[in-house]
Design a protein around this ligand. Structure first.
Ligand SMILES: [Fe+2]
Ligand SMILES: [Fe+2]
Length: 410
């Protein structure tokens, strides 16, 4: 078991509510030390203050984010982007109605061991024995934790989808290409449908909804208030959607619950187009329109945010709900990070993300060394979103079979 630090010991002296509050300050402080680029860190600080310290995502009231971008009008309606036009055509043809496409009459019981939402192997349950709370396979507590983990992940998907809905509306205003605006309008519709389906699944089938994770809030806040259109694309279309696509693919592979599997199948097809759009939009812009200094800033930002996404999505909302009395936050982080499901989650996330960073020019020699040091360069040779359609991705996922975590890592 990890030795408690001085911070852990101080936190343990506080009552639970104060512990959680203090832990948020510790998280914000840790962000300052984790982010190596001073410029990226300074850029993220206001969002970190709103997310960690002010807890803007967890107050039960709407959050107002000041948007400082410029809406781009072109009264000549000229210029054609063939690849964007093609995506727009495909997006129109692939629209679906969640009321009709999905069978909402399916009875979902998140505690049913015959149709688990996540496999037992997802989490390192045997580790709980060390804390005097064994969670034997099939016990009520074990099934509850598994269902909560799935609900937590799906809640973050929902919150991310709301971010995508608003960000895609912003980028539809910002982009200079008419075909980009046409395509963006279809993405706004897609994201509205994704919010609809995840919200419906969570509230009518799992009957539970977790707050937005502070780290996710910080990244969404940062890209929403950044006035530069390409930072919105980079943050949402490449980073968050890349992460989401990896996570959706993994959950699609692992879940035994048929409605969720169908739902994810539809969403994955949409998301593959969204990331493709991000790659097309940024590829040319980053190659031709930025100064070396501006390109360097994007490279550092993407790298730091990729590491934040890898290191900080640790289901703290579940820890605070059930396990804060049992182990320190640091121990919880270690147990979650080393669980087979989360390892696989990181693998699928970077498998999708890193090739896209290469495709848009953010993986030059300098950055390759950084990614190599972080153990992520092995993903650099994969196919980017312009080379892998949603249909091809689903065919690959289907070919791997489903329900078995061990085969997912191969
Ligand atoms: Fe989406
Ligand atoms: Fe999307």
């Amino acid at each position: 078991m990890a030795q408690p630090t001085a911070t852990d010991r101080l936190l343990a002296l506080l009552p639970p509510t104060a512990q959680n509050r203090a832990a948020s300050f510790v998280e914000a402080g840790a962000l300052v030390t984790e982010v190596e680029s001073p410029r990226v860190m300074l850029g993220l600080l206001p969002s970190a203050a709103r997310g960690f310290l002010l807890q803007r995502g967890k107050q039960g009231v709407p959050t107002l984010m000041p948007a400082r971008h410029l809406a781009h009008f072109d009264w000549s309606y000229t210029g054609a982007q063939a690849e964007m036009r093609d995506l727009y055509r495909r997006a129109k043809q692939q629209q679906w109605d969640a009321e009709v496409a999905l069978d909402w009459s399916v009875d979902v019981d998140p505690l049913n061991p015959e149709r688990p939402i996540l496999p037992y192997e997802f989490f390192a349950f045997e580790r709980f024995r060390a804390y005097g709370t064994p969670l034997p396979r099939g016990s009520k507590e074990e099934l509850r934790l598994r269902a909560d983990l799935a609900t937590w992940m799906l809640s973050q998907f929902l919150h991310g989808e709301q971010g995508a809905l608003l960000a895609s509306a912003q980028v539809t205003e910002c982009v200079q290409w008419l075909d980009g605006k046409f395509y963006g309008a279809t993405q706004v519709m897609d994201e509205a449908r994704h919010v609809e389906v995840f919200h419906r699944y969570l509230t009518t089938k799992l009957c539970k909804l977790y707050d937005v994770n502070d780290n996710l809030f910080v990244i969404i806040d940062a890209l929403m208030v950044d006035g530069r259109w390409d930072m919105k694309f980079l943050g949402m279309q490449i980073m968050i959607e890349g992460l989401a696509l990896g996570a959706f693919g993994l959950l699609y592979r692992l879940t035994e619950e048929p409605l969720l599997r169908d739902l994810l199948r539809y969403v994955i097809q949409d998301e593959a187009r969204h990331v493709h759009y991000g790659v097309i939009a940024l590829r040319e812009h980053y190659r031709t329109a930025l100064s070396p200094e501006e390109l360097r800033e994007r490279q550092d930002w993407a790298f730091e945010v990729a590491l934040l996404m890898r290191n900080r999505f640790m289901a703290h909302e579940i820890y605070e709900e059930h396990y804060a009395h049992l182990m320190s936050r640091k121990e919880w982080n270690k147990n979650v990070a080393e669980s087979p499901g989360m390892s696989e989650f990181r693998h699928t996330m970077f498998e999708r993300l890193i090739p896209n960073l290469r495709a848009i020019g953010l993986l030059d020699e300098r950055m390759r060394r950084h990614y190599e040091d972080a153990g992520l360069l092995r993903y650099a040779g994969g196919r980017d979103a312009s080379q892998l359609s949603g249909e091809a991705m689903l065919a690959e996922l289907d070919a791997r079979g489903h329900g078995d975590l061990a085969s997912a890592a191969s």
